[in-house]
Design a protein around this ligand. Sequence first.
Ligand SMILES: Cc1cc2nc3c(=O)[nH]c(=O)nc-3n(C[C@H](O)[C@H](O)[C@H](O)COP(=O)(O)OP(=O)(O)OC[C@H]3O[C@@H](n4cnc5c(N)ncnc54)[C@H](O)[C@@H]3O)c2cc1C
Length: 190
Amino acid sequence: MAKGCLSIKFHSAAANFCIIPNASVRGNAALVGDARGCCHPLTASGITAAVKDALILRDALCETDLDVSAALRRYARRCGRLELTRRTLAEELREAFLAQTPEALLLRECIFSYWRTSDKARVRSMALLSTVDTSIFSLATQYGTVALQAFRLLPLWFLERTVADWHKGVLRLVYKSLAFRYAAIRQWLY
Ligand SMILES: Cc1cc2nc3c(=O)[nH]c(=O)nc-3n(C[C@H](O)[C@H](O)[C@H](O)COP(=O)(O)OP(=O)(O)OC[C@H]3O[C@@H](n4cnc5c(N)ncnc54)[C@H](O)[C@@H]3O)c2cc1C
C-alpha cells in the first residue's frame, strides 16, 4: 500500500518598517535602540545601534558632568548622524540586493566588483556596516567609488546585456552619488 505523504508548507512573512521618529529626546527622556529609529534588517545593525546609543548617552553624560539637558542635546545630535548613515546604507543595500531592476543589478555588480578590488575596500564597507564608521561623508565617498566600477563592468554589459540599461543604471548611480554628497554637506552645515 502506498504510503500517503502529507506535506504542509508554512509561509510566514513579516513586515519591515523604516521608522524615523520626529525626535530622539523629549524633556528629560531619551529614546534608545529601536524606539529611536529602525531600518530594513538587511544590515543587521539593530543591536549595534541600540548598544551604541547607550554608549553615546553615557559619553554625553560624562562629557557634560551630568548636565542632563546638555547631554541629551549632544546625544540627539550624534544619534541623528549615526541614524542617517545607517538608514541610507540600509536603503541602498535593500535596493541593490532585493530590487529586480537593471539599475539595482548594476549597483549590485558594482558592489561586488568594489569588494573584489582590495582588502581595504572590504574593510571600509565593514566599518560602515558595523557602525565603527558613522560618517555620511564616508558613505558618500564609498558610494562614488562603487559607482565608478560601472565603467569596469561596461564591456560585460555590452556583451551580455543592453547598453541602454547600463546607461539607466549609471544615471541613477550619479544621481544617488550627488544626493549623498548633498546630504553630507547639509549634515555638516547643521
Ligand atoms: C527576527 C529578528 C532578527 C534580528 N536579527 C538581528 C541581527 O542579526 N542583528 C542585529 O543587530 N539586529 C537584529 N535584529 C534587530 C534587533 O533585535 C533590535 O534592533 C534590537 O533588539 C533593538 O533593541 P531594543 O533594546 O531597542 O529593543 P528590544 O530588544 O525590542 O527590547 C525592548 C524590550 O522592551 C520590552 N517592552 C516593550 N513594551 C514594554 C512595556 N510596555 N513595558 C515593559 N517592557 C516593555 C519588550 O518586551 C522588550 O524586551 C533582529 C530583529 C528581529 C525581529
